[in-house]
Design a protein around this ligand. Structure first.
Ligand code: HEM
Length: 135
């Protein structure tokens, strides 16, 4: 049961990681430049950041449930986790802002927003690699 619980959490976490990083990159492609395509991608990115945060917290809750404690992380792993949490907070805030107000922004500001979202996803993915091997 424990392995199944971790695998299910990881399933959501992995697909969320793909979505938060790939969707902003897709939004910058000419094929997805229409307002409707970008609106759909913005909704996907907001939902994916929520999934990332919920599944990330679920990793900790699963450890608490089965072991009664959170994993003992090294200083490097803890720093990587903090980077991921900060990326998630910034990514959720920015994507929600773009979804709510992006239509009123200039094309340049919107492009900057998508670039920033892609960068936050990529940074969090880099943090995940460090967390995985230094924890
Ligand atoms: C609140 C935010 C987050 C928390 C609390 C969190 C927490 C975690 C934890 C505890 C693990 C398991 C680490 C291990 O295997 O030792 C993990 C794995 C992972 N996380 Fe996150 N995470 C968060 C956000 C993100 C984000 C934003 C991304 C990517 C965009 C991401 C990508 C990954 C990936 C790819 C793995 C699997 C690493 C591997 O096993 O190779 N996480 N995360």
């Amino acid at each position: 049961m424990e392995n199944l619980a971790y695998a299910l959490v990881q399933l959501f976490h992995n697909f969320g990681a793909v979505a938060v990083t790939a969707a902003p990159i897709a939004a910058l492609r000419p094929a997805c430049a229409s307002d409707s395509a970008r609106g759909a991608l913005a909704r996907l990115v907001v939902a994916a950041w929520v999934v990332q945060i919920a599944s990330g917290v679920s990793f900790g809750l699963t450890s608490l449930h089965y072991y009664g404690v959170l994993p003992d992380l090294s200083a490097i792993a803890r720093t990587a986790l903090v980077v991921k949490v900060l990326c998630a907070a910034a990514g959720l805030s920015l994507s929600a802002l773009m979804l709510a107000r992006g239509a009123r922004w200039s094309a340049r500001a919107r492009d900057r927003g998508w670039h920033a979202l892609a960068g936050l996803g990529a940074t969090a993915l880099a943090g995940a690699a460090v967390l995985r091997w230094f924890s």
